[in-house]
Design a protein around this ligand. Structure first.
Ligand SMILES: Cc1cc2nc3c(=O)[nH]c(=O)nc-3n(C[C@H](O)[C@H](O)[C@H](O)COP(=O)(O)OP(=O)(O)OC[C@H]3O[C@@H](n4cnc5c(N)ncnc54)[C@H](O)[C@@H]3O)c2cc1C
Length: 457
């Protein structure tokens, strides 16, 4: 930042709170419009059958609403940057999860009302003798039930993440295709030009999303590969991979964002994992990821050799100081490898000579296991940064904080004026829960607390 520049000048127009709010509102309205569209088209078309009975019409309405909501799901998970930007990818996934329950609830209602009050209309349940269009409707319902069960109970069922993901996509595609076939086969609302155009449009848009997410987007990644230039061991078992773009560098990248990284597989293999870009755009176009081996794939990534080809899909996410142009200062709280988005944000603030104060509370088992310890010392020497290390198992001569982060510890290091600063948290889930509760108790409003959650799904 030069003398005449302020923090506001470093923030893009699209990241200013009012613009973010407007974009979010527009997307929500667009979502509601998509859900209402089938009803609007059917009601205004000449295809509308005479009202049969309230319950029957209600059951039909539930079926169409379920289909419209299911179509929205493909847009939510298509990694469309314009859509994820105002909300953040983690919020989009939470939304996706709750909407899935909505889809299933509406489908079950559709089926249950017909089953209880109009059983003859359902015909034979035996798939060998039943009408195909009804069997395929029941198949769609089974796909959506399986989708929810395998997602909600993935860890309990010990499903491998990669295979769960492949199955999730397959079930979603099969379920949606079956639901559209059911509507067309039953043929109740497909007689008029408008309704035929509606179902054709729904099918084309849906196929377009799948084509984009599973074929075209990976093809763009393939043409814009990256090369690993360094793999260095950090503290705490973390490895830092540095990557150079061989094609297009990252665009519209904000400090603290993450990207989906894939090395050793093609971009079509669905083997990518989300990692924070642990450096700042100011130091680009090279990027770095700091990876802790927490499972098979992250372990493999920590061992890749310089020269390996990589694919980087991003950037995504909202855990950025760029969202906080008006902040007087920042409180950052990190645990272990959760330091990665913090390092990225601090690096950006330092590169811009941003004078605003930052208080970082950083928890680790020991000082030796604290990733980026030396880098934090170097940053603290060059910017307005106070680092408070909290050690779970400190050595006998340790004079600093020890144990877990709690309300008393926060009160010792966060003076009254910090209550209104943004509080940016990243670390293990129990730490985030306990710290959030302590912050809320000390008077920090929920609006001032943001997280980067590493277990998004
Ligand atoms: C926004 C974000 C940023 C992250 N940044 C970092 C970072 O900077 N450094 C770091 O070490 N870790 C980071 N992680 C965590 C990292 O993505 C997981 O540790 C990694 O994906 C584990 O994969 P695995 O196959 O090794 O382990 P597994 O044992 O297969 O998976 C462990 C858990 O990781 C999650 N996970 C696995 N694969 C994926 C995937 N493809 N997409 C989403 N979640 C998945 C699932 O919750 C799974 O249960 C981040 C996660 C998120 C969501």
């Amino acid at each position: 930042m030069t003398g005449s520049e302020t923090a506001q000048d470093c923030i893009r127009l699209a990241d200013r709170p009012v613009v973010v709010f407007l974009r979010a509102a527009i997307w929500l309205l667009a979502g509601l419009a998509v859900i209402a569209l089938p009803f609007a088209v059917i009601i205004t078309s000449r295809d509308l059958p005479a009202p049969v009975a309230l319950l029957w019409d209600f059951a039909m309405g539930c079926g169409f609403a379920a289909l419209a909501l299911a179509a929205v799901q493909f847009a939510l998970t298509g990694r469309i940057k314009l859509l994820t930007a105002p909300f953040g990818a983690d919020i989009i996934y939470v939304f996706h999860r709750f909407l899935s329950w909505g889809v299933l609830g509406l489908m079950l209602l559709h089926f249950a009302v017909l089953y209880i009050w109009y059983q003859p209309a359902l015909g034979d349940l035996n798939p060998l003798s039943a009408r195909w269009e009804l069997t395929i409707g029941r198949f769609a319902l089974a796909c959506f039930v399986l989708l929810i069960v395998t997602s909600e109970l993935r860890k309990w069922l010990r499903l491998d993440y990669h295979w769960w993901r492949v199955m999730h996509v397959a079930l979603a595609v099969a379920g949606f295709a079956a639901a559209v076939a059911h509507v067309l086969g039953v043929g109740k609302y497909t007689g008029a030009d408008q309704t035929r155009a509606l179902w054709l449009g729904v099918t084309l848009v849906w196929a377009g999303f799948i084509l984009w997410a599973r074929l075209l987007r990976p093809a763009i990644l393939w043409r814009n590969a990256w090369r690993v230039t360094r793999n260095s061991a950090e503290r705490g078992g973390v490895h830092r991979l540095t990557l150079r773009p061989e094609g297009r560098p990252l665009r519209a990248w904000k400090a603290g964002q993450f990207a989906w990284l894939s090395i050793g597989d093609t971009p079509w293999a669905m083997k990518e994992h989300p990692f924070t870009i642990a450096t700042a755009p100011e130091l680009g176009p090279e990027i770095a990821f700091a990876i802790k081996p927490l499972g098979d794939d992250s372990e493999r990534l920590t061992k890749v050799k310089p020269g390996s080809r990589a694919y980087v899909d991003g950037p995504f996410g909202t855990f950025s100081v760029d969202r906080e142009a008006d902040a007087a200062g920042f409180v950052m709280i990190a645990g272990g490898v959760g330091i990665t988005p913090v390092i990225a944000n601090l690096t950006a603030l330092q590169a811009r000579n941003d004078p605003r104060p930052v208080i970082l509370i950083y928890a680790n088992p020991t000082l030796e296991a604290a990733p980026f310890r030396e880098e934090l010392d170097a940053l603290a020497a060059r910017m307005n940064l106070t680092v408070v290390h909290v050690l779970e198992t400190p050595p006998a001569d340790w004079r600093g904080e020890s144990g877990y982060i709690d309300g008393d510890l926060l009160a010792r290091h966060l003076p009254e004026q910090t209550r209104h600063w943004p509080h940016m948290l990243c670390g293990p889930a129990p730490m985030l829960d306990a710290t959030t509760a302590a912050l809320r108790q000390s008077g920090v409003s929920a609006r001032r607390i943001s997280f980067e959650i590493f277990e998004m799904v």
